[in-house]
Design a protein around this ligand. Structure first.
Ligand SMILES: Cc1ncc(C[n+]2csc(CCOP(=O)(O)OP(=O)(O)O)c2C)c(N)n1
Ligand SMILES: [Mg+2]
Length: 571
């Protein structure tokens, strides 16, 4: 019931809060200002948790990851025009990654905006949002707020989740309404994400194909992690004995040291598998679109996905299973006969051999102790501290910092690794850390390239203001990819990829009463991280890395076009 019933009058501000509460929303991430300041205030007064950020992109990233972790839409609240646009990168990123999120923004006077007469923060926000979202709505009457919030929730969470924009004009927020009529207008969403039951024929077709395989492989994507069908997925993998490969954010769905993990034999299994079962994983650039030279042209695919239009998007799919992953895995387990699927020994032996070879090579890399530290030696120290703390969230962004981090830091629990994701985007670091810490109450370690950190670095004030248990480790190699490039013009300006090598990021957090550490060797890093985690308080570790240790674009050199006619001045 709207809480203004006694006075018989309520307004748009109250109705938005009522509609969110009625639908189990308990947290808002945002930046206050015209016209939503009072909405934020009222939400807090009414018992929602409001987390105020320094920039809307981070608020949006926090909302997106909260949505991913909870399967409830994360809410980001922004002011009109520039605030709205600042949030849009996060909303678009949520759509791309399949995270349920709603950006609610106030907007300026429609009559003026539509005639482009120059209102304060004028922008046609609803239409601007459309290309980047699953859906974009505007509420123009206070009695439609309940419907608008309900539609936004359905759009964000059902099917493949994504970003939704909900526009609230300043007029609607301030408009009053009879409290009884307002109460009648509220909508409680009965089923946010209705199950999508698979056709039993599609399950049979997929099992038959897998049973005919000699060299089967399962690829787990972040859709599989999102589904929270952890036991069913693990049980299917173990009952069939099929080797599996986790995509980055699916790491930990089964523990990374699981004997069926083929992560350490990735190129071999991609090239040689004859039947590949994709579970909540898309054949996008992260899997080379399923095409050569990394894949065989004869590989056949099973694809389990909630979105029918995903099927056949890059490669022909021999056995599509369109369903939500929980329902699909339950159906697979129900239909699977004991011994029906048995990967050939030769296949498992080849994988085991390659794994051992690659693991030994990696161990040699990890055991070196170069001075200054490189990515491997610093990450080894972090890995060893985290090994006994599986419930800590790991946020990771950068180029080399990301690529080495993904390979070196093992995950042991589902949905604990949060990273640059489908877009390879920089700037998610502090937003994801704050979102994860807020919704879980658990500690977070953010492993950040020095460039990556800069995109959201001011949010360390937010981390300190809310006293969140977040430890930020900045891998300071003095640049994007490397810290040793030179200006090819011979001029004094630093090269385009160069950042300040002598930067003391640890001193930034001290300005907000957090704890800073400056480390130059693995032993000190181990001590600093251990102490920071034990304190449960905000900390930032400036971790000095050899400026020559990284490679251009990390592991993505093939995607980085380079001039073939020389980098210096043309003569
Ligand atoms: C929003 C956005 N802007 C720019 C980029 C391009 N980019 C990719 S990685 C990267 C930073 C890499 O440097 P750093 O974070 O220091 O990682 P390192 O390789 O040095 O460990 C940038 C700017 C991006 N991915 N996303
Ligand atoms: Mg760097």
């Amino acid at each position: 019931m709207p809480n203004e019933t006694k006075s018989r009058i309520t307004d748009g501000f109250h109705l938005v809060v009522d509609a969110l509460k009625l639908n189990g929303i308990d947290t808002i991430f945002g930046v206050a200002g015209i016209p939503i300041t009072d909405l934020a205030r009222l939400a807090q007064a009414e018992g929602l948790r409001y987390i105020g950020f320094r920039h809307e992109q981070s608020a949006g990233n926090a909302a997106a990851i909260a949505g991913y972790l909870t399967r409830k839409p994360g809410i980001c609240l922004t002011v009109s025009a520039p605030g709205f646009l600042n949030g849009m990168v996060a909303l678009a990123n949520a759509t791309t990654n399949g995270f349920p999120m709603i950006q609610i923004s106030g907007s300026s006077d429609r009559a003026i905006v539509d005639l482009q007469q120059g209102d304060y923060e004028e922008l046609d926000q609803m239409n601007a949002a459309k290309p980047y979202t699953k859906a974009s709505f505007r509420v123009s009457k206070p009695e439609d707020i309940g419907t608008g919030v309900a539609r936004a929730i359905h759009a964000a969470v059902s099917g493949r989740p994504g970003g939704v924009y909900l526009d609230l004009t300043s007029e609607v927020l301030g408009a009053t309404l009879d409290a009884d009529a307002a109460a009648q207008s509220m909508v409680r969403v009965v089923e946010r994400a209705p199950r999508n039951i698979p056709d039993p024929e599609s399950i049979k077709r997929a099992l038959d194909l897998l049973a005919s395989a000699e060299r089967p492989l399962i690829i787990l994507g972040k859709g599989a992690a999102y589904a929270q069908a952890d036991d069913a997925i693990r049980s299917f993998v173990e009952k069939t004995g099929i080797p599996y490969l986790p995509m980055s954010m699916a790491k930990g769905l089964l523990p990374d040291n699981h004997k069926q993990s083929a992560a350490a034999a990735r190129s071999l299994v991609l090239a040689q598998a004859d039947v590949v079962m994709l579970i909540g994983a898309r054949l996008n650039w992260l899997l080379a679109q399923g095409k050569g030279p990394r894949w065989s042209s004869t590989t056949q695919f099973v694809q389990v996905d909630i979105s029918p239009t995903e099927i056949d998007s890059n490669r022909a799919i021999a056995a599509p299973v369109v369903a939500d992953i929980g329902s699909a895995m339950a159906a697979f387990l129900a239909m699977l006969k004991p011994g029906q699927i048995q990967p050939k020994h030769a296949w498992l032996d080849a994988i085991a051999e390659r794994k051992q070879h690659n693991t030994e090579r990696m161990a040699a890399q990890l055991s070196a102790s170069p001075n200054p530290m490189n990515f491997s030696s610093a990450l080894r120290a972090i890995r060893d501290v985290l090994a006994s703390k599986p419930d800590i969230y790991v946020v990771n962004e950068g180029a080399n910092t990301l690529d080495f981090g993904r390979d070196i830091i093992d995950m042991h629990q589902p949905r604990k690794r949060l990273d640059s994701g489908t877009w390879g985007v920089m700037g998610i670091g502090m937003g994801y850390s704050i979102g994860a810490a807020v919704v879980s109450g658990k500690p977070v370690v953010a492993i950040e390239g020095d460039s990556a950190f800069g995109f959201s670095g001011m949010e360390i004030e937010t981390i300190c203001r809310y006293q969140l248990p977040i430890v930020v480790v900045v891998f300071n190699n003095g640049g994007i990819y490397r810290g040793d490039d030179v200006n090819h013009s011979g001029g004094d300006d630093p090269a385009p990829t160069i950042l300040m090598k002598s930067a003391r990021y640890d001193k930034l957090i001290e300005a907000f009463d957090g704890t800073g550490h400056h480390v130059t060797d693995p032993q000190t890093l181990t001590r600093a991280l251990t102490a920071a985690l034990a304190s449960g308080k905000p900390a930032l570790i400036n971790c000095v890395i050899d400026p020559t240790a990284g490679t251009e674009s990390g592991h993505l050199q093939n995607l980085n076009p380079q001039t073939q006619v020389g980098k210096g001045k043309r003569n």
